[in-house]
Ligand binder design. Structure first.
Ligand SMILES: [Zn+2]
Length: 400
Protein backbone atom coordinates (compact mmCIF):
# COMPACT_ATOMS: atom_id res chain seq x y z
CA UNK A 1 0.00 0.00 0.00
CA UNK A 2 1.47 3.30 -1.07
CA UNK A 3 1.39 6.53 0.82
CA UNK A 4 -1.69 8.61 0.10
CA UNK A 5 -3.01 6.11 -2.42
CA UNK A 6 -5.04 3.79 -0.25
CA UNK A 7 -8.21 2.50 -1.94
CA UNK A 8 -10.53 4.40 0.33
CA UNK A 9 -13.11 5.44 -2.19
CA UNK A 10 -14.00 9.07 -2.66
CA UNK A 11 -13.19 11.76 -0.13
CA UNK A 12 -16.32 12.90 1.64
CA UNK A 13 -15.75 16.56 0.87
CA UNK A 14 -13.61 19.35 2.22
CA UNK A 15 -15.17 19.21 5.65
CA UNK A 16 -12.19 20.02 7.82
CA UNK A 17 -14.01 22.67 9.75
CA UNK A 18 -17.34 20.89 10.05
CA UNK A 19 -17.45 19.13 13.39
CA UNK A 20 -20.31 18.63 15.82
CA UNK A 21 -23.44 20.43 14.66
CA UNK A 22 -22.52 20.00 11.00
CA UNK A 23 -22.28 16.23 11.14
CA UNK A 24 -25.70 15.56 9.70
CA UNK A 25 -24.82 17.76 6.77
CA UNK A 26 -21.50 16.01 6.40
CA UNK A 27 -23.17 12.62 6.26
CA UNK A 28 -25.63 13.92 3.72
CA UNK A 29 -22.73 14.99 1.53
CA UNK A 30 -21.01 11.66 1.99
CA UNK A 31 -24.17 9.83 1.05
CA UNK A 32 -24.65 11.99 -1.99
CA UNK A 33 -21.13 11.21 -3.17
CA UNK A 34 -21.50 7.51 -2.39
CA UNK A 35 -24.73 7.38 -4.34
CA UNK A 36 -22.99 8.20 -7.58
CA UNK A 37 -21.09 4.96 -7.28
CA UNK A 38 -17.48 5.85 -6.51
CA UNK A 39 -16.67 3.05 -4.10
CA UNK A 40 -15.74 -0.43 -5.25
CA UNK A 41 -16.40 -3.33 -2.89
CA UNK A 42 -13.18 -5.26 -2.22
CA UNK A 43 -14.94 -7.72 0.07
CA UNK A 44 -13.53 -11.24 0.02
CA UNK A 45 -16.29 -12.68 2.19
CA UNK A 46 -19.57 -12.40 0.36
CA UNK A 47 -20.07 -16.11 -0.13
CA UNK A 48 -23.04 -16.37 2.22
CA UNK A 49 -24.67 -13.15 1.14
CA UNK A 50 -28.36 -13.62 0.39
CA UNK A 51 -29.07 -13.81 -3.31
CA UNK A 52 -31.33 -10.78 -3.12
CA UNK A 53 -28.41 -8.69 -1.88
CA UNK A 54 -26.06 -9.93 -4.59
CA UNK A 55 -28.61 -9.01 -7.20
CA UNK A 56 -29.25 -5.55 -5.77
CA UNK A 57 -28.10 -2.64 -7.91
CA UNK A 58 -25.10 -0.81 -6.45
CA UNK A 59 -26.63 2.47 -5.50
CA UNK A 60 -27.43 4.26 -2.26
CA UNK A 61 -31.15 3.62 -2.37
CA UNK A 62 -32.62 0.19 -1.89
CA UNK A 63 -36.20 1.13 -2.79
CA UNK A 64 -37.64 -2.32 -2.33
CA UNK A 65 -37.96 -3.33 1.34
CA UNK A 66 -37.12 -6.90 0.37
CA UNK A 67 -33.55 -5.71 -0.29
CA UNK A 68 -33.02 -5.02 3.39
CA UNK A 69 -30.43 -7.71 4.14
CA UNK A 70 -30.81 -7.26 7.90
CA UNK A 71 -34.53 -7.91 7.73
CA UNK A 72 -34.04 -10.92 5.46
CA UNK A 73 -31.54 -12.42 7.88
CA UNK A 74 -33.60 -11.67 10.99
CA UNK A 75 -36.72 -13.16 9.43
CA UNK A 76 -34.78 -16.40 8.96
CA UNK A 77 -33.60 -16.69 12.57
CA UNK A 78 -35.32 -18.03 15.68
CA UNK A 79 -35.67 -15.03 17.98
CA UNK A 80 -34.15 -15.03 21.46
CA UNK A 81 -36.26 -13.00 23.88
CA UNK A 82 -33.53 -11.58 26.08
CA UNK A 83 -30.14 -12.33 24.54
CA UNK A 84 -26.86 -11.35 26.13
CA UNK A 85 -25.67 -8.18 24.40
CA UNK A 86 -21.96 -7.52 23.87
CA UNK A 87 -20.76 -4.27 22.29
CA UNK A 88 -17.10 -4.35 21.29
CA UNK A 89 -15.59 -0.99 20.39
CA UNK A 90 -12.09 -0.74 18.95
CA UNK A 91 -10.61 2.71 19.13
CA UNK A 92 -9.04 4.00 15.90
CA UNK A 93 -9.68 0.90 13.77
CA UNK A 94 -9.77 1.67 10.08
CA UNK A 95 -12.39 -0.34 8.23
CA UNK A 96 -10.00 -1.02 5.37
CA UNK A 97 -7.37 -2.60 7.67
CA UNK A 98 -9.80 -5.35 8.66
CA UNK A 99 -9.23 -8.51 6.63
CA UNK A 100 -12.96 -9.25 6.47
CA UNK A 101 -13.37 -5.89 4.73
CA UNK A 102 -10.83 -6.78 2.07
CA UNK A 103 -7.48 -5.87 3.61
CA UNK A 104 -4.90 -8.28 2.17
CA UNK A 105 -3.01 -8.84 5.43
CA UNK A 106 -4.58 -11.26 7.86
CA UNK A 107 -4.78 -8.72 10.65
CA UNK A 108 -8.07 -9.86 12.13
CA UNK A 109 -8.73 -13.63 12.26
CA UNK A 110 -11.01 -13.29 15.30
CA UNK A 111 -13.09 -10.51 13.75
CA UNK A 112 -13.18 -12.44 10.46
CA UNK A 113 -14.53 -15.49 12.28
CA UNK A 114 -17.19 -13.32 13.92
CA UNK A 115 -18.13 -11.92 10.51
CA UNK A 116 -18.69 -15.43 9.16
CA UNK A 117 -21.81 -15.68 11.32
CA UNK A 118 -22.76 -12.00 11.25
CA UNK A 119 -23.90 -9.20 9.00
CA UNK A 120 -21.00 -7.06 7.89
CA UNK A 121 -22.14 -3.53 7.14
CA UNK A 122 -20.05 -2.22 4.31
CA UNK A 123 -21.12 1.42 4.40
CA UNK A 124 -21.25 2.32 8.08
CA UNK A 125 -20.34 5.80 9.29
CA UNK A 126 -19.59 7.06 12.77
CA UNK A 127 -21.02 10.35 13.93
CA UNK A 128 -17.64 11.88 14.66
CA UNK A 129 -13.92 11.31 14.13
CA UNK A 130 -12.93 11.27 17.80
CA UNK A 131 -13.74 9.18 20.80
CA UNK A 132 -16.15 11.05 23.06
CA UNK A 133 -18.86 12.18 20.61
CA UNK A 134 -18.73 9.04 18.48
CA UNK A 135 -19.02 6.72 21.48
CA UNK A 136 -21.76 8.93 22.93
CA UNK A 137 -23.71 8.53 19.70
CA UNK A 138 -23.47 4.75 19.52
CA UNK A 139 -24.55 4.43 23.17
CA UNK A 140 -27.49 6.86 22.90
CA UNK A 141 -28.66 6.79 19.27
CA UNK A 142 -28.35 10.59 19.22
CA UNK A 143 -26.16 13.04 17.35
CA UNK A 144 -23.31 14.69 19.29
CA UNK A 145 -25.03 18.02 18.68
CA UNK A 146 -28.15 16.77 20.49
CA UNK A 147 -26.00 15.78 23.43
CA UNK A 148 -23.90 18.94 23.54
CA UNK A 149 -20.74 16.85 23.22
CA UNK A 150 -18.51 18.89 20.94
CA UNK A 151 -15.28 19.84 22.68
CA UNK A 152 -12.82 17.74 24.64
CA UNK A 153 -14.10 19.32 27.84
CA UNK A 154 -17.76 18.40 27.20
CA UNK A 155 -18.99 15.49 29.35
CA UNK A 156 -21.97 13.34 28.45
CA UNK A 157 -25.01 15.11 29.99
CA UNK A 158 -27.01 13.50 32.81
CA UNK A 159 -30.16 13.58 30.70
CA UNK A 160 -28.62 11.31 28.06
CA UNK A 161 -30.19 7.85 28.13
CA UNK A 162 -27.59 5.18 27.49
CA UNK A 163 -28.17 1.66 26.22
CA UNK A 164 -27.13 0.09 29.57
CA UNK A 165 -29.64 2.31 31.41
CA UNK A 166 -32.43 1.07 29.16
CA UNK A 167 -31.39 -2.57 29.41
CA UNK A 168 -31.03 -2.42 33.19
CA UNK A 169 -34.67 -1.40 33.52
CA UNK A 170 -35.47 -4.57 31.56
CA UNK A 171 -33.64 -6.90 33.92
CA UNK A 172 -30.13 -6.87 32.46
CA UNK A 173 -26.94 -6.87 34.51
CA UNK A 174 -24.67 -4.31 32.91
CA UNK A 175 -20.91 -3.80 32.80
CA UNK A 176 -18.32 -1.80 30.89
CA UNK A 177 -14.58 -2.18 30.51
CA UNK A 178 -13.16 0.96 28.88
CA UNK A 179 -9.60 2.03 28.25
CA UNK A 180 -9.63 5.79 27.75
CA UNK A 181 -10.65 8.62 30.07
CA UNK A 182 -12.67 10.28 27.31
CA UNK A 183 -15.38 7.65 27.88
CA UNK A 184 -14.81 7.13 31.60
CA UNK A 185 -16.72 8.32 34.66
CA UNK A 186 -14.87 11.64 34.36
CA UNK A 187 -16.81 12.27 31.14
CA UNK A 188 -20.00 10.88 32.74
CA UNK A 189 -20.04 7.68 30.69
CA UNK A 190 -20.66 5.45 33.72
CA UNK A 191 -24.44 5.93 33.63
CA UNK A 192 -26.47 2.73 33.84
CA UNK A 193 -23.82 0.19 34.82
CA UNK A 194 -23.70 -2.30 37.66
CA UNK A 195 -19.95 -2.51 37.08
CA UNK A 196 -17.82 0.13 35.36
CA UNK A 197 -14.10 -0.49 34.97
CA UNK A 198 -11.96 2.31 33.54
CA UNK A 199 -8.77 1.13 35.21
CA UNK A 200 -7.18 0.45 31.81
CA UNK A 201 -7.27 4.14 30.86
CA UNK A 202 -3.52 4.42 30.97
CA UNK A 203 -2.55 6.64 28.07
CA UNK A 204 -1.09 6.30 24.60
CA UNK A 205 2.04 4.36 25.54
CA UNK A 206 0.27 1.64 27.55
CA UNK A 207 -0.66 -1.78 26.18
CA UNK A 208 -4.04 -2.76 27.58
CA UNK A 209 -5.89 -5.23 25.35
CA UNK A 210 -4.93 -8.25 27.49
CA UNK A 211 -6.14 -6.70 30.75
CA UNK A 212 -9.29 -5.33 29.09
CA UNK A 213 -10.14 -8.84 27.90
CA UNK A 214 -9.32 -10.32 31.32
CA UNK A 215 -11.88 -8.00 32.95
CA UNK A 216 -14.44 -8.65 30.22
CA UNK A 217 -14.09 -12.42 30.54
CA UNK A 218 -14.44 -12.19 34.31
CA UNK A 219 -17.81 -10.46 33.87
CA UNK A 220 -18.96 -12.92 31.19
CA UNK A 221 -18.12 -15.90 33.39
CA UNK A 222 -19.76 -14.44 36.48
CA UNK A 223 -22.81 -12.73 34.96
CA UNK A 224 -23.92 -14.61 31.85
CA UNK A 225 -24.97 -17.76 33.73
CA UNK A 226 -27.08 -15.64 36.11
CA UNK A 227 -29.26 -13.99 33.48
CA UNK A 228 -29.37 -11.49 30.63
CA UNK A 229 -26.24 -9.36 30.59
CA UNK A 230 -24.93 -6.33 28.71
CA UNK A 231 -21.21 -5.77 28.28
CA UNK A 232 -19.37 -2.88 26.64
CA UNK A 233 -15.72 -3.67 25.89
CA UNK A 234 -13.52 -0.85 24.59
CA UNK A 235 -10.00 -1.47 23.24
CA UNK A 236 -7.45 1.29 22.75
CA UNK A 237 -4.22 -0.27 21.48
CA UNK A 238 -4.58 0.56 17.73
CA UNK A 239 -4.57 4.25 18.72
CA UNK A 240 -1.12 5.87 18.52
CA UNK A 241 1.54 5.39 19.83
CA UNK A 242 1.94 2.52 17.36
CA UNK A 243 3.67 -0.39 19.05
CA UNK A 244 4.88 -3.59 17.43
CA UNK A 245 3.88 -6.75 19.28
CA UNK A 246 5.89 -9.91 19.28
CA UNK A 247 4.01 -12.72 17.52
CA UNK A 248 2.02 -10.13 15.56
CA UNK A 249 4.64 -8.66 13.22
CA UNK A 250 3.95 -7.59 9.65
CA UNK A 251 7.24 -5.87 8.82
CA UNK A 252 8.31 -7.29 5.48
CA UNK A 253 11.57 -5.36 5.39
CA UNK A 254 13.60 -6.92 8.20
CA UNK A 255 16.64 -4.85 7.19
CA UNK A 256 14.79 -1.58 7.74
CA UNK A 257 16.94 0.84 9.73
CA UNK A 258 14.99 4.06 9.25
CA UNK A 259 13.62 6.45 11.85
CA UNK A 260 10.10 5.03 12.20
CA UNK A 261 10.26 3.06 15.44
CA UNK A 262 7.84 1.03 17.49
CA UNK A 263 6.39 3.23 20.22
CA UNK A 264 7.83 6.48 18.89
CA UNK A 265 6.16 9.66 20.10
CA UNK A 266 3.33 10.73 17.87
CA UNK A 267 4.55 14.34 17.84
CA UNK A 268 7.83 13.20 16.29
CA UNK A 269 5.98 11.24 13.64
CA UNK A 270 3.75 14.19 12.77
CA UNK A 271 6.63 16.64 12.66
CA UNK A 272 8.68 14.47 10.27
CA UNK A 273 5.79 13.28 8.12
CA UNK A 274 7.00 15.02 4.98
CA UNK A 275 10.37 13.28 5.28
CA UNK A 276 8.87 9.81 4.98
CA UNK A 277 9.92 7.60 2.12
CA UNK A 278 8.05 4.49 1.02
CA UNK A 279 10.06 2.25 3.36
CA UNK A 280 9.23 4.47 6.33
CA UNK A 281 5.59 4.41 5.40
CA UNK A 282 5.49 0.63 5.01
CA UNK A 283 7.10 0.33 8.40
CA UNK A 284 4.51 2.63 9.98
CA UNK A 285 1.58 0.67 8.56
CA UNK A 286 3.17 -2.57 9.75
CA UNK A 287 3.27 -1.14 13.29
CA UNK A 288 -0.39 -0.09 13.10
CA UNK A 289 -1.33 -3.52 11.75
CA UNK A 290 0.56 -5.18 14.57
CA UNK A 291 -1.57 -3.24 17.07
CA UNK A 292 -4.72 -4.36 15.25
CA UNK A 293 -3.68 -8.02 15.17
CA UNK A 294 -2.70 -7.95 18.84
CA UNK A 295 -6.06 -6.44 19.76
CA UNK A 296 -7.89 -8.93 17.55
CA UNK A 297 -6.18 -11.78 19.40
CA UNK A 298 -7.54 -10.54 22.71
CA UNK A 299 -10.99 -9.93 21.24
CA UNK A 300 -10.87 -13.58 20.21
CA UNK A 301 -10.39 -14.57 23.85
CA UNK A 302 -13.60 -12.74 24.79
CA UNK A 303 -15.57 -14.34 21.97
CA UNK A 304 -14.14 -17.76 22.88
CA UNK A 305 -15.26 -17.28 26.49
CA UNK A 306 -18.83 -16.75 25.30
CA UNK A 307 -18.60 -19.86 23.12
CA UNK A 308 -17.01 -21.96 25.87
CA UNK A 309 -19.85 -21.16 28.25
CA UNK A 310 -22.40 -22.21 25.63
CA UNK A 311 -23.93 -18.75 25.18
CA UNK A 312 -22.84 -18.08 21.61
CA UNK A 313 -26.12 -18.72 19.82
CA UNK A 314 -28.17 -16.68 22.26
CA UNK A 315 -25.77 -13.73 22.30
CA UNK A 316 -26.05 -10.59 20.21
CA UNK A 317 -22.57 -9.28 19.44
CA UNK A 318 -21.85 -5.88 17.90
CA UNK A 319 -18.32 -4.91 16.86
CA UNK A 320 -17.41 -1.46 15.60
CA UNK A 321 -14.93 1.39 15.91
CA UNK A 322 -15.39 4.90 17.23
CA UNK A 323 -13.49 6.25 14.21
CA UNK A 324 -10.72 5.39 11.78
CA UNK A 325 -7.29 6.91 11.25
CA UNK A 326 -5.65 9.04 8.60
CA UNK A 327 -2.33 7.99 7.12
CA UNK A 328 -1.51 11.02 4.97
CA UNK A 329 -4.48 10.70 2.60
CA UNK A 330 -5.04 14.39 3.29
CA UNK A 331 -1.53 15.35 4.40
CA UNK A 332 -2.00 14.45 8.04
CA UNK A 333 -1.87 11.63 10.56
CA UNK A 334 -4.35 10.56 13.23
CA UNK A 335 -7.98 11.69 13.54
CA UNK A 336 -10.38 14.15 15.09
CA UNK A 337 -9.96 17.12 12.77
CA UNK A 338 -11.57 16.04 9.49
CA UNK A 339 -14.51 13.92 8.38
CA UNK A 340 -12.97 12.18 5.40
CA UNK A 341 -13.73 8.54 4.71
CA UNK A 342 -10.58 7.24 6.37
CA UNK A 343 -11.73 8.78 9.66
CA UNK A 344 -15.48 8.15 9.84
CA UNK A 345 -16.19 5.11 7.68
CA UNK A 346 -15.96 2.35 10.25
CA UNK A 347 -16.31 -1.41 10.48
CA UNK A 348 -19.71 -2.50 11.79
CA UNK A 349 -20.43 -6.18 12.31
CA UNK A 350 -23.54 -7.48 14.06
CA UNK A 351 -23.98 -11.13 14.97
CA UNK A 352 -27.65 -11.64 15.69
CA UNK A 353 -28.75 -14.48 17.98
CA UNK A 354 -28.84 -17.89 16.29
CA UNK A 355 -27.05 -16.59 13.16
CA UNK A 356 -24.89 -19.26 11.55
CA UNK A 357 -23.93 -17.61 8.25
CA UNK A 358 -22.31 -14.40 7.18
CA UNK A 359 -23.97 -11.73 5.07
CA UNK A 360 -23.07 -8.30 3.74
CA UNK A 361 -25.25 -5.21 3.75
CA UNK A 362 -24.39 -2.28 1.52
CA UNK A 363 -27.10 -0.12 3.07
CA UNK A 364 -25.89 3.25 4.30
CA UNK A 365 -26.00 3.04 8.10
CA UNK A 366 -24.71 5.15 10.96
CA UNK A 367 -23.55 4.48 14.49
CA UNK A 368 -26.73 6.10 15.81
CA UNK A 369 -28.69 3.24 14.19
CA UNK A 370 -27.13 0.60 16.43
CA UNK A 371 -29.10 1.36 19.61
CA UNK A 372 -32.53 1.49 17.91
CA UNK A 373 -31.67 -1.68 15.96
CA UNK A 374 -30.88 -3.56 19.18
CA UNK A 375 -33.97 -2.22 20.96
CA UNK A 376 -36.16 -3.17 18.01
CA UNK A 377 -34.85 -6.73 18.21
CA UNK A 378 -35.49 -6.79 21.98
CA UNK A 379 -38.97 -5.30 21.46
CA UNK A 380 -38.09 -2.49 23.84
CA UNK A 381 -39.48 0.96 22.96
CA UNK A 382 -36.73 3.51 22.26
CA UNK A 383 -36.50 6.61 24.45
CA UNK A 384 -37.77 9.86 22.90
CA UNK A 385 -35.42 11.95 20.82
CA UNK A 386 -33.56 9.12 19.12
CA UNK A 387 -31.99 10.25 15.83
CA UNK A 388 -31.12 6.80 14.49
CA UNK A 389 -33.53 4.20 13.16
CA UNK A 390 -33.62 0.39 13.32
CA UNK A 391 -31.65 -0.89 10.34
CA UNK A 392 -34.07 -3.79 9.92
CA UNK A 393 -36.99 -1.37 9.54
CA UNK A 394 -35.40 0.97 7.04
CA UNK A 395 -36.99 0.64 3.63
CA UNK A 396 -34.94 3.44 2.12
CA UNK A 397 -31.33 4.29 2.69
CA UNK A 398 -30.94 7.63 4.43
CA UNK A 399 -30.63 10.49 3.79
CA UNK A 400 -33.07 10.63 0.93
ZN1 LIG B 1 -11.12 7.14 19.67
Amino acid sequence: MKRGKQPLGCPAAHLDTIIGPGLALALALIAAIASIGCEPDPSPSTEAEPASARAAPRRAEEPDASKNVTRIVLDSLARVERPHVVLIMIDTLRRDHVHAYGYPRETTPSIDALARSAIRYDRAYSQSSWTTPSTASILTGRYPSQLGVRKQTDPLPDHATLLPEILRTHGYRTAAVVSHVFISERWNFDQGYDEFDASNSRGHAAVTSASVSDAAIEFIESSFPQGPSFLLVHYFDPHFDYIEHEDFRFSEDTDYEGWVKSGMLFGDLRRKRHEMNDDDFRRLLALYDSEIAFTDHHIGRVLDAIRALGFWDESLVVLSADHGEEFMEHDKFAHGRTLYEEQIRVPLIIKWPNAKQGAVSRRLVQSIDVLPSLLDYLEVPPPPGIAGAPIQRQTRARPT
